[in-house]
Design a protein around this ligand. Structure first.
Ligand SMILES: Nc1ncnc2c1ncn2[C@@H]1O[C@H](COP(=O)(O)OP(=O)(O)OP(=O)(O)O)[C@@H](O)[C@H]1O
Ligand SMILES: [Mg+2]
Length: 325
């Protein structure tokens, strides 16, 4: 079976629509007959709570310490306990998507990953296996069932957990809010990613033969301005101002920084890598979240014109992803 394309919608800034975009883009890809695996790698478990009913989430979290548990923590716990390799878990099917449920205890694994990273520099196999644990979980799950795409839903930080997820991703997409903080966040994002890529190259070059190492080639697919106000059909004046800065800074702070490491990691300055735009859908977004469905599938707060617009916007994003990956 071929390796599915691994994608992370990443911004270390909180609340910029990572989880919302992940669910809606995955649903749009599924509507295009693509098989998609979602991996909730945020200890906040928002993606899991979005897709599953509260009692199911509670039950999963109550039993995730057991060997028969079903969250991402169940899968990596033997590695954390240093008693073995990752454990098999059953995927959860949610409509036409597959899910690896998240777990609040993943934050403990995150601390462990910090030490494992240091151990990788010392060529210690335990460290290298821990760093590749989630990557291997996805590889094993993809061997059982063919997926076209895998999405990691990450938490809002730059830490050891997001480092291994980004370095395992084939592509990443940056969601941005049209405000000052989003403009500023791009600088940190670009330099941090470039550093991680250089670091993993070093680890790869010194790792013992046959040891697992992350690919370390997360390619910048593009950015998605989101949750901006519109007047009529167009972006309002205030977000437009920030949007111009974002477009410029995406190149100077992200693309050009990555291209210095490897010119294949980001598009050249002649390309504006904007992948659609998702306006503020107001309370429709929360209603869809409560129902556990994509915006256009929401029935409790039906707004047909807005929903048709959302369906088209996300289908365009899905089309772009299919064409570019
Ligand atoms: N296009 C949108 N229109 C209106 N509300 C939105 C939109 N996108 C996201 N939201 C709302 O914004 C909030 C934050 O979104 P979301 O949880 O997807 O962000 P996030 O980046 O995943 O957050 P975190 O960093 O905490 O993981 C949620 O309440 C969500 O419903
Ligand atoms: Mg989130």
């Amino acid at each position: 079976m071929s390796r599915p394309t691994r994608i992370t919608i990443f911004n270390h800034k909180g609340g910029v629509g990572k989880t919302t975009l992940t669910v809606n883009i995955a649903s749009a890809l599924a509507a295009r007959d693509k098989s998609v695996l979602l991996v909730d790698t945020d200890p906040q478990c928002n993606l899991t709570s979005y897709l599953l009913a509260d009692d199911i989430v509670d039950d999963l979290l109550d039993h995730s310490e057991d060997s028969s548990g079903g969250t991402i923590w169940t899968a990596v716990k033997p590695i954390f306990d240093r008693v073995g390799v990752g454990r098999h878990i059953e995927l959860i099917n949610v409509r036409d998507l597959a899910l690896v449920p998240g777990d609040i205890r993943l934050s403990e694994f995150e601390e462990f990953l910090g030490e494992a990273w240091t151990d990788s520099y010392k060529r210690r196999l335990g460290g290298l296996h821990a760093v590749s644990a989630i990557s291997n979980l996805v590889t094993n799950l993809s061997a059982e069932r063919q997926f076209d795409y895998v999405f990691f839903d990450t938490g809002p930080n730059i830490g050891p957990l997001n480092r291994v997820l980004l370095l395992d991703s084939d592509y990443f997409i940056i969601p941005v809010a049209c405000d000052l903080f989003s403009v500023r966040a791009l600088g940190t994002l670009g330099t941090t990613l470039a550093k991680w890529i250089i670091d993993v190259r070093t680890i790869s070059s010194i790792a013992p033969d046959g040891a697992p190492v992350l690919r370390g080639t997360p390619t910048f697919l593009g950015y998605i301005p989101q949750r901006y106000r519109v007047y009529g059909q167009t972006m309002a004046r205030q977000p437009t101002r920030y949007f111009r800065q974002i477009r410029r800074r995406v190149y100077t702070d992200v693309s050009s920084v990555l291209r210095k490491v490897d010119k294949n990691l980001a598009p050249p300055s002649t390309v504006d890598p904007k992948i659609g735009g998702v306006k503020d859908f107001a309370s429709l977004t929360q209603a869809a979240q409560r129902e556990g469905v994509a915006i256009w599938e929401c029935s409790t707060y039906s707004r047909p014109e807005e929903q048709e617009l959302a369906r088209r916007v996300f289908d365009e994003i899905a089309k772009h992803i299919v064409n570019e990956t």
